[in-house]
Ligand binder design. Structure first.
Ligand code: ASP
Length: 379
């Protein structure tokens, strides 16, 4: 019997090591489940990429920080007043869709044919209901249409004209294409065509926007909205509207929104992979494990890592997978314990986070956060 228990312990320990290859096992192996937790939390992103101080002017930096703060405040307001994580995610994403600084809604990048085609997705961690749209051209706030797909249709994912027909039936106004088109994005397409550059060379950064939130009722939500990548062709769809790649939320594990080179995020299944790893970890809660092993709960014999630390490690491990395949970008993650954190393998990521403990910060470059960001750029 003892031999069986030891064998099980070895398997579990090996599983943990696989889930988080860089994990430093914490001294406090009781985990943080008993500690007081923030009642709500939110994180946002406005894209990742080669965002270095020398690549943006001081004025641009001020403008981005103000835009991020506006989005963060909009989400915070909802959560502070007891609103739902779903409402907070939408409230945070809408101002970024409306702001031409970001590659979502107004200010979206151009397709090869010179159009703005918008993608968005949203997911509710309560019941894993989800909605997504792709290739939409006349809806001002695609995140709201994605949510209507979730609540008012029997489907999860609608595309192009069909999605727009559904938008009309749901009472969305038709927004003219000029609303989305900006001169700087048009110039990016022209430079790309003239010099045969890739989307990355031409933009230096991804400008997708996203938000993840935990509300006071303990519910998680995630949403993402984008114009995709400059010069996309043939109806290309990135990760942002793909549930499981760019967006995922499950109250049992986490909420994730991604930005980056979508093809790689789809191949890795980034958002769901992070959540699955955390769900598996949660199943191996130290107390549960100790009970399983029939050891007293205060036993010091099993050395297990804290959950929030493991959550960061799981996100880092999945981002390492993206990097290994040749992709780059980043994620924002919220977990039921209240922690919100980032992981990105680019030089910077437009980002922000706030919680009921008084945390409220926006950041752009790597290394700007005191804690809760893992940044392993490959430049
Ligand atoms: N992930 C988006 C896409 O591939 C691009 C971005 O993050 O800006 O469409």
């Amino acid at each position: 019997m003892q031999a069986m228990k030891n064998a099980l312990l070895t398997i579990v320990a090996a599983g943990l090591a696989l889930l988080a290859p860089t994990a430093a096992f914490a001294d406090d192996h009781g985990g943080d489940h008993g500690a007081e937790k923030p009642k709500w939390s939110i994180a946002i992103h406005g894209g990742a990429g080669t965002i270095l101080p020398e690549n943006i002017t001081p004025e641009q930096r001020v403008a981005y920080e103000a835009a991020l703060q506006e989005a963060l405040d909009a989400g915070t307001e909802v959560l502070k007043n007891g609103g739902s994580a779903m409402d907070a995610v939408k409230a945070a994403i809408i101002p970024m869709e409306d702001n031409p600084l970001f590659n979502a809604g107004r200010g979206a990048v151009f397709t090869w044919e010179g159009e703005n085609e918008l993608d968005a997705s949203i997911m509710d961690g309560r019941d894993r209901s989800a909605g997504a749209v792709t290739g939409v051209k006349t809806v001002k706030n695609p995140i709201l249409l994605a949510d209507k797909v979730r609540t008012n249709s029997p489907h999860v994912f609608l595309m192009g004209e069909g999605a727009e027909q559904f938008a009309g039936e749901q009472g969305f106004e038709v927004t003219p294409p000029e609303w989305f088109a900006t001169q700087s994005r048009r110039e990016s397409l022209e430079r790309m065509k003239a010099r045969e550059l890739s989307a990355l060379d031409v933009d230096l950064k991804f400008g997708t926007v996203g938000a993840v939130a935990l509300d006071q009722d303990g519910n998680l939500a995630a949403g993402t909205s984008t114009g995709g990548m400059t010069g996309k062709r043939w109806g290309r769809i990135g990760d942002a509207p793909v549930i499981g790649a760019g967006t995922y939320a499950d109250n049992r594990s986490c909420a994730v929104s991604a930005t980056g080179w979508g093809e790689y995020f789809i191949r890795v299944g980034v958002a769901q992979d992070i959540c699955s790893r955390l769900r598996f970890l949660r199943l191996m809660d130290p107390e549960v494990l100790k009970a399983l092993m029939m050891r007293p709960a205060d036993s010091d014999e099993i050395d297990l890592p804290q959950f929030s630390e493991q959550a960061q490690n799981a996100a880092d491990a999945v981002m390492a997978e993206v990097k290994k395949l040749g992709g780059d970008g980043g994620v924002i993650v919220a977990i039921p314990e209240g922690d919100v954190f980032y992981s990105f393998n680019t030089a910077g990521m437009y980002r922000g986070r706030a919680n009921s403990d008084g945390l409220n910060e926006v950041a752009i470059f790597g290394g700007e956060d005191e804690a809760g960001a893992s940044n392993t750029p490959d430049h």
